[in-house]
Design a protein around this ligand. Structure first.
Ligand SMILES: NC(=O)c1ccc[n+]([C@@H]2O[C@H](COP(=O)([O-])OP(=O)(O)OC[C@H]3O[C@@H](n4cnc5c(N)ncnc54)[C@H](O)[C@@H]3O)[C@@H](O)[C@H]2O)c1
Ligand SMILES: O=P(O)(O)OC[C@H](O)CO
Length: 355
């Protein structure tokens, strides 16, 4: 009996869907996990009632994952430190811009034997440095952290429609009771197939960078340019994603970008039904400020590509590499500098020979 206590940090669209999966598996694998799964909720009032109370009584996150019944062993907890107390395994799942504050609250309060998996799609940039989220969590909290990322639109996963995902997890200590088998057991479902690999950097970068590509594919939708243009954006986006990985994270495996769910598959799904794609299209159609549109369209959910495009742009600029990533640069400039999206073919043509 391992009796591992699992806590999910985050309760948004994906946070709630992942808490559902983890709770289903905790209930079915009592030899490995404690049945109750705590889910930290950033407390807010919904129609005058605390969201944690609604989740714990109605078993539904009515704001961020409406229409989906959560298992009764998902326990919503408003206090972050209460949510992680005595936990053996932490599952991080918040929009990445909120992570630094969460980590600063947890710093020094989590034993080094605790293990973590990050489901967050983003990066941390400071100065001319860039850090994948799993490493950021490891550095801030002094614990090992792996990464989960895949072609996983949360509403479809929550409705138990078939999808696949990739988990990068390298057991940090051979004596660990939390190994790849335990991690897979926690996340794998008949409708949610998990493949465990070792490439934490590759899996993390795929998840972060595809959101920039999805914004560009939204621009294509906004201009009604059709499927050929979208395929071109996907191709160029994948080239820039792999080039970025090769150049700044040489430990990445090329096969992660092509063979795993977190790679090509996630680019395809995000460029079809994702929030970043939707926001990119709305931007081109309205030319309204992006964060205003995000609030209006997503109602509290976040499109991570916007902040990631800003962060990646800042990093590339400091490194003098903007010209080597014309699509990433154009996405930033279309959102923040008023670049005309109709210039995309010209921009991409000018640099074609660089690949
Ligand atoms: N939604 C999806 O389909 C999906 C799928 C795969 C991966 N992801 C990734 O998962 C991560 C989490 O996304 P999500 O969809 O669960 O979130 P979301 O977009 O639904 O964001 C809303 C969440 O942010 C929280 N929040 C708002 N203000 C906050 C604050 N100041 N501090 C802390 N939390 C605050 C809200 O309480 C809510 O839980 C992201 O990196 C995202 O890219 C999302
Ligand atoms: O809705 P998006 O654009 O945040 O994408 C959601 C998931 O990352 C798709 O895998």
């Amino acid at each position: 009996m391992l009796n591992l206590k699992v806590s999910v940090i985050g309760s948004g669209n994906w946070g709630s869907a992942i808490a559902k999966i983890v709770a289903e598996n905790a209930a079915e694998n009592r030899d490995m996990f404690e049945t109750d799964v705590r889910m930290w909720v950033f407390e807010e009032l919904v129609a005058g009632q605390k969201l944690t109370e609604i989740i714990n009584t109605q078993h539904e996150n009515v704001k961020y994952l409406p229409g989906i019944k959560l298992p009764s062993n998902v326990v919503a907890v408003p206090d972050l430190l209460d949510a992680v107390e005595d936990a053996n395994l932490l599952v991080f799942n918040v929009p990445h811009q909120f992570l630094p504050r969460i980590c600063s609250q947890l710093k020094g309060k989590v034993p080094s034997t605790v293990r973590a998996v990050s489901c967050i799609k983003g990066v941390e940039v400071s100065g001319d440095g860039i850090t994948i989220i799993a490493d950021y969590i490891s550095q801030e909290l002094g614990i090992y952290c792996g990464a989960l990322s895949g072609a996983n639109l949360a509403p479809e996963v929550a409705q138990e429609k078939f999808s696949e995902t990739t988990i990068a997890y390298k057991v940090p200590d051979p004596s660990d009771s939390i190994d790849a088998r335990v991690v897979r057991t926690l996340f794998h479902r008949p409708y949610f197939h998990v493949n465990v690999v070792a490439d934490v950097a590759g899996v993390s970068l795929c998840g972060a960078l595809k959101n920039i590509v999805a914004l560009a594919s939204g621009f294509v939708d906004g201009m009604a340019w059709g499927d050929n243009a979208k395929a071109a954006i996907i191709r160029r986006g994948l080239l820039e994603m792999t080039k970025f990985g090769r150049e700044f994270f040489p430990e990445c495996k090329a096969s992660t970008f092509t063979e795993e769910s977190c790679g090509v598959a996630d680019v395809i799904t995000s460029c079809s039904g994702g929030r970043n794609n939707k926001l990119g299209a709305a931007l081109i159609k309205t030319r309204r400020p992006i964060f205003e549109l995000e609030e209006e369209l997503l109602k509290g959910q976040k499109a991570q590509g916007v902040t990631t495009a800003q962060e990646v742009h800042e990093f590339l600029e400091r490194r003098g590499k903007l010209e080597d990533f014309p699509l990433f640069t154009a996405v930033h400039d279309i959102i923040f500098s008023g670049l005309d999206s109709y210039a995309l073919p010209q921009i991409l043509e000018d640099v074609e020979q660089k690949y």
